[in-house]
Design a protein around this ligand. Structure first.
Ligand SMILES: [Fe+2]
Length: 527
């Protein structure tokens, strides 16, 4: 309904034609490999959470992790459990897969590591290089909806628009473009990104009878070699929530365990709310397929309790509560339910930036604060965004666009808007995009700065930003030196000022909890 334009597949561009033709051959060989390595962030920047499938469970998985060389690498042994059956495309030939989990600890910054995987009791010959970077000056890549497989059913220049792409062709198309986007993002930061944030809808398949297709989409997601060289934290999108593939592939840190809704059949935690610290940033990831303000509050409070003094608080979840897409942000009933809850939580817990997806059109909000008296379906106030923003009342909400270009939609025009939270919209059809969060210190390390910028994957032209946010650096340590200028401590070997603030105040969310705060079925559209 909202789609227009054409797909940015390889044949649309002469310069990528050869690459596309090579990829088609590679994909035929690779597409049924469901045992790829996933690298997730661990509890903090010194840990990595690996996950992968195996077809047996009689040997324990391991990662051998070596600094500067694979020789004398240290073995980290993991666990294997949870049988999972995947039938082939015809619903026959059931294959069992088991989820393997390994956590590597003691990872230092600014280092070169090499690792290899032990599967089926033997180490593979592939040795993967893994670089870590500066603590004080580092970049995250962020992406919206890779939506791999979303091109299925759409018309493309691959076959000269003669017929819609089938499932296989759609995945292959988006797999290629996902690889191009990731490569482009790595190029933009000189091959030194520290982390990827993906705001949900990593895969497109929602049909319960098509597990095999869903697994092929995950295979495509984890295919680029860079995906083994950097941790990716992902949120659960509405398209990812039909299956529990997310949990089986990914080894998530600090999951919220006492959630409102637990699948009574499996007893598994159904939601995927979690958090981790990375250098001076705390990242909290919410599962907004389940609309329980109390769960959101609990995971945020747990995160801040464990890591109270990071300079930055970043949230990520799929459903864009301050987006401007025609498809979702104004119409999904679920978004209207969680907008006031999350606005209050982010305001009181002092979040700086929120990354969303879902609407497949880019939106940057103004800075949004909570106002209980605002009569605007969201209880929010806004202040404008500039190129440089000192100590803003945040957060800034970024709705990232579809990072493969698989599905690209429309936004409301200015004259159609009856809401005032939109700062900037951007859509360029037949394109893909990514964003960069650039964290750094300035002014003798007293000022913590963050630039938020979104780029076109093909050209590196800036789609929006950079928006700079700056504030006084927080200090993780207890005060041990007091001068007329303030209170000082030591962090990472440097003196730093301590920002006094109340960070663990209890936020009253009773107005967002009804007497039966039980599972609410999320009525989503087809997107
Ligand atoms: Fe999506």
């Amino acid at each position: 309904m909202y789609y227009r334009g054409y797909l940015p597949d390889g044949t649309a561009f002469e310069e990528t034609k050869e690459e596309w033709n090579d990829f088609k051959k590679q994909w035929e060989v690779e597409k049924t490999n469901f045992q790829r390595i996933s690298v997730f962030p661990g509890d903090n920047e010194s840990e990595l959470n690996f996950g992968w499938y195996s077809k047996t469970n009689d040997t324990l998985p391991a990662i051998c992790w070596g600094k500067d060389s694979i020789n004398d690498c240290k073995e980290y042994e993991g666990t294997v459990k949870e049988e999972y059956i995947v039938k082939d495309e015809n619903g026959k030939n059931a294959v069992k897969y088991y989820s393997n989990r390994v956590t590597v600890t003691g990872v230092q910054r600014g280092s070169t590591y090499y690792y290899k995987r032990k599967i089926y009791g033997k180490y593979e010959s592939d040795v993967i290089q893994f670089n870590t970077h500066n603590t004080n000056n580092y970049q995250f890549i962020f992406v919206g909806d890779p939506q791999i497989g979303g091109s299925a059913g759409r018309f493309s220049s691959v076959n000269y628009y003669r017929k819609a792409l089938d499932d296989n062709e759609g995945i292959r198309n988006d797999a290629f473009n996902w690889g191009k986007t990731i490569t482009s993002a790595f190029d933009k930061v000189n091959q030194e990104p520290s982390l990827i944030l993906s705001a949900g809808d990593q895969a497109d398949e929602m049909d319960m009878s098509k597990r095999y297709i869903e697994e092929m989409q995950y295979s495509a997601l984890l295919l680029p070699k860079q995906m083994q060289q950097i941790p990716m934290a992902a949120a659960l999108g509405n398209h990812d929530s039909t299956f529990d593939t997310f949990r089986r592939h990914f080894n998530i840190p600090n999951p919220l365990k006492d959630t409102i809704y637990v699948n009574p059949k499996t007893n598994y935690i159904t939601e995927y709310n979690y958090f981790f610290r990375y250098n001076n940033a705390l990242v909290v990831v919410l599962d907004t397929n389940y609309l329980h303000c109390v769960d959101f509050k609990n995971v945020i409070a747990n995160a801040i309790k464990k890591y109270p003094n990071t300079d930055w608080r970043i949230a990520m979840f799929h459903h864009d509560i301050y987006g401007n897409g025609i498809a979702h942000a104004q119409t999904d009933s679920g978004i209207r339910v969680i907008r006031p809850c999350l606005t209050k939580l982010f305001h009181h817990y002092k979040f700086d930036v929120v990354i969303n997806g879902h609407d497949h059109v880019y939106t940057a909000s103004k800075f949004v604060t909570y106002n209980p008296n605002a009569n605007n379906n969201g209880k929010y106030d806004t202040t404008g965004v500039s190129e440089i923003n000192k100590n803003p009342d945040g957060p800034l909400f970024i709705t990232a666009n579809c990072s493969t270009g698989a599905k690209l939609y429309e936004y409301y025009k200015e004259e159609e808007m009856t809401w005032d939270y939109v700062h900037k919209n951007f859509q360029r059809f037949a394109s893909s995009s990514f964003g960069i969060l650039d964290f750094y210190y300035e002014d003798n390390n007293n000022i913590a700065s963050l630039n938020v910028t979104t780029y076109d994957s093909n050209t590196h032209n800036i789609n929006d930003g950079p928006y700079k946010i700056e504030k006084q650096k927080r200090c993780c340590n207890t005060p041990d030196y007091i001068t007329e200028d303030g209170i000082w401590g030591v962090e990472y070997g440097d003196w730093c000022g301590i920002v006094n603030e109340t960070i663990n105040e209890d936020v009253d969310i009773s107005e967002f909890i009804n007497e039966k705060d039980i599972y609410i079925d999320y009525e989503d559209s087809e997107v």
